[in-house]
Design a protein. Structure first.
Length: 428
């Protein structure tokens, strides 16, 4: 049988039962055999499907020709139907069964299993995210034989587009409604992605066991504080604990920082070191930029944050006379670029948390999947594509490097809250 229909039968509908004996009309498959093994398998599978349907009817009604006064259902002929096969809809005869008292139709389990369109929707999303256009959808399908292909449906541009829209809307709704109360986040990354004239802000969480979890996205014209605040408030309303200290890694945008401090009770902010390095070197001539970048990297790698801060301040003093813009950029938010050093994060884990690379990697996957989209209709379309890309990125995620050191980071984060002396809180 074809791979996708067999998978549906054996996993999603375990209640289906195969007949003890299935007869296949080999003579009818001669033409399919000439078209290749897959076409032969498809033809055989469709005959087996008809046998399964007949067996289902016998199980519901009883053997044909035997009177049974206690039967709960009766045969009611058949009508045209469709099942999912290899990314398309294929016509079959659907047997009908009605309750013996005439009150309504009785479902035939096998037909329900193979007629479901979930797999078809999934295939449409997978192929479009793999950069196969709706016009060329049929090119990416497995060959099923000329006879089956002629009777197939659901492969037109409009049909594929409708399935893709429906499936990605569902993925977007699931992303924005997922319950976050069970997540123990140690770190949170927030960043923006620009698509056409739209700006999306996305959030990625890192749990105590090192798992990366796409959390949310929001769309607007610019990356302003109110949009980011709404996104973070949405996380809180969906159950995310915002009262416990958490490491928040951002690129340094003022809107992001303001929203984080407004929503979280005890955020510990780590500014992306790579963004800071680029911001400084972009204000310098090429000959000097490489030297400054080398000194900044050396300071950021220094395990002693006091020494690192002293080195960066010395570099800023050297630049202040000839390149005051670069010096000001280096000093701005300098302490927050060294947060992981003050927390004592070991080097392996620090490589993950010193920058926004993890969330930017997810954003790059979103961009790559949507690279063939030529016309963005509206913001909802942008949200659907970005949500679909985040879902695909999640399938590729691995636990962060140094995840075994995350419990120690959790302890260090908790210690950032000053201890309250007994009796002092009441006095205050």
């Amino acid at each position: 049988m074809p791979k996708d229909t067999h998978h549906t039968t054996t996993t999603d509908h375990a209640q289906l039962q195969l007949p003890e004996q299935v007869s296949v009309a080999v003579a009818e498959l001669a033409g399919a055999a000439r078209e290749g093994l897959l076409a032969l398998a498809v033809g055989t599978g469709l005959q087996v499907l008809q046998a399964l349907l007949a067996e289902d009817v016998d199980r519901l009604v009883g053997p044909r020709g035997r009177h049974n006064p206690d039967r709960a259902a009766v045969r009611h002929g058949s009508e045209p139907g469709q099942v999912t096969l290899g990314g398309r809809r294929v016509r079959v005869r659907r047997p009908r069964v009605r309750s013996a008292d005439g009150t309504g139709e009785v479902a035939v389990p096998t037909y329900q299993a193979f007629a479901a369109t979930d797999l078809l929707d999934q295939l449409a999303v997978e192929r479009m995210l793999a950069k196969l256009s709706t016009r060329r959808y049929q090119v990416g399908l497995e060959p099923v034989g000329a006879d089956v292909e002629r009777a197939a449906a659901g492969t037109s541009k409009s049909a594929v587009s409708r399935r893709f829209v429906a499936r990605t809307e569902h993925a977007l709704a699931e992303l924005l409604a997922q319950d976050l109360s069970g997540l123990d986040l140690v770190a949170l990354m927030v960043d923006g992605i620009r698509v056409a004239d739209h700006c999306c802000v996305v959030a990625l969480g890192i749990t105590i066991d090192g798992t990366k979890v796409p959390l949310a996205l929001a769309e607007g014209a610019t990356e302003h504080a109110s949009m980011v605040t709404d996104l973070l408030v949405g996380l809180r309303e969906r159950g995310l604990d915002t009262t416990r200290p958490i490491l928040v890694v951002i690129d340094g945008a003022k809107a992001l920082r303001r929203a984080v401090t407004d929503v979280f009770d005890h955020p510990v902010i780590q500014r992306c070191q790579l963004h800071k390095l680029r911001n400084v070197t972009d204000r310098l001539p090429d000959a000097l930029a490489s030297t400054v970048a080398k000194r900044m990297r050396a300071a950021y790698r220094n395990p002693d944050p006091l020494v690192a801060q002293a080195d960066l301040e010395a570099l800023a003093r050297e630049l202040s006379r000839s390149y005051p813009g670069a010096a000001a950029s280096l000093r701005e938010g300098q302490a927050e670029t060294l947060t992981i050093g003050w927390l004592g994060v070991p080097p392996t884990l620090a490589r993950t948390l010193r920058s926004t690379n993890s969330i930017e990697s997810m954003i790059a996957i979103c961009r790559d999947h949507a690279v063939n989209v030529k016309r963005w209709k509206d913001g909802q379309m942008v949200l659907r594509w970005v949500a679909a890309g985040m879902g695909e990125a999640a399938k590729q995620f691995r636990r962060v490097n140094g995840y075994l050191q995350l419990p120690a980071l959790r302890i260090a984060l908790d210690q950032t809250i000053p201890a309250v002396t007994p009796g002092k809180e009441d006095a205050a």
